[in-house]
Design a binder for this molecule. Structure first.
Ligand SMILES: NC(=O)c1ccc[n+]([C@@H]2O[C@H](COP(=O)([O-])OP(=O)(O)OC[C@H]3O[C@@H](n4cnc5c(N)ncnc54)[C@H](O)[C@@H]3O)[C@@H](O)[C@H]2O)c1
Length: 271
């Protein structure tokens, strides 16, 4: 059933130019699907990580998920492909490593508009044209499952999980499923370079801090999240909706006691 599912279907991936989004786009292209990528990244940026040789099945919408115009352009792209819209991945996200009292209102509003409002606009835009039985995946985070000092980012990722459940209830009547993926430490430009107010040293310390709390003791390749996203997009997950799929090397499930176990010599570090 899964084998023939992907051809002649269209999927939309936001933030699909690089990082995890690009890994999802590449998997969908390899499966034979049409893909629309929404991303403001400059077309000539060296960051692009999408397989652009599949040009006839790939369309780019250059814009922000926070802008309603981006979504009308995306729907035009869906129509131009002329294939059923089978899935949406709300993957686009930005980060800001600031606490509540450090965060200025425009920073708060900008982050929420991309990470949370963008997903709401996306679901609202595609819901009426998506095929019955389609699938929506919202990319939250382990920061959406626990407390994290980055105030706006954490609020956005918890909010995505709430939005997911609300949309799942509404769209169940048409068998459209809505789930979140909650990645842990993933080795992408978001965290492996200066970003969100961190310089390179802080970015490295942040990476190492996360790694040390991860039982599998490493950051994941973006494709390791893409596998989970594609699973949720396809028929193998057809009885899953309104839930969170955690892809974090054990950080949320066992990171605290793994860390403690290592510090007292009871638990060995993964090799
Ligand atoms: N890397 C991690 O460790 C990690 C962990 C948990 C969750 N996440 C989440 O995973 C998702 C993907 O992040 P990533 O790690 O691949 O980071 P990334 O920074 O490499 O990729 C993010 C992509 O989103 C795009 N983007 C930024 N603003 C946008 C906007 N307004 N509209 C559309 N696209 C926009 C960027 O251009 C980029 O291509 C994000 O939602 C992020 O919050 C990342």
């Amino acid at each position: 059933m899964t084998e023939n599912y992907w051809g002649n279907k269209t999927f939309v991936v936001t933030g699909g130019a690089r990082g995890q989004g690009a890994a999802e786009v590449n998997r969908l292209l390899a499966l034979g699907s049409n893909v629309i990528v929404i991303d403001p990244l400059a077309p000539d940026s060296p960051d692009w990580a999408v397989d652009r040789t599949k040009g006839d099945r790939l369309r780019m919408v250059s814009g922000s998920v926070a802008d309603e115009k981006t979504w009308s352009e995306t729907l035009n792209g869906v129509q131009a492909f002329g294939a059923p819209l089978a899935g949406l991945v709300n993957n686009a996200g930005v980060t800001l490593r600031k606490t509540v009292t450090e965060t200025a209102l425009p920073e708060w509003e900008n982050l929420l508009s991309i990470n949370l409002t963008g997903a709401y606009l996306g679901i609202r835009a595609v819901a009426s044209v998506m095929m019955d039985g389609g699938s929506i995946v919202n990319v939250s985070s382990t920061a959406g499952l626990t407390g994290y000092f980055s105030a706006a980012y954490t609020a956005s990722k918890w909010g995505l999980r709430g939005l997911t459940k609300a949309a799942a209830i509404e769209l169940a009547a048409r068998k459209i499923r809505v789930n979140t993926v909650c990645p842990g430490l993933i080795d992408t430009p978001m965290i492996n370079r200066p970003n969100g107010g961190y310089n390179l040293d802080q970015a490295r310390a942040f990476f190492e801090g996360n790694r040390s709390m991860t039982p599998l003791a490493r950051g994941a390749d973006p494709d390791e999240v893409a596998g989970a996203v594609v699973f949720l997009l396809g028929p193998d997950s057809r009885f899953m909706t309104a839930t969170d799929l955690v892809v974090d090397g054990g950080m949320i499930g066992g990171g605290i006691y793994c860390h403690i176990g290592r510090s007292v010599g009871t638990v060995q570090e993964a090799v």
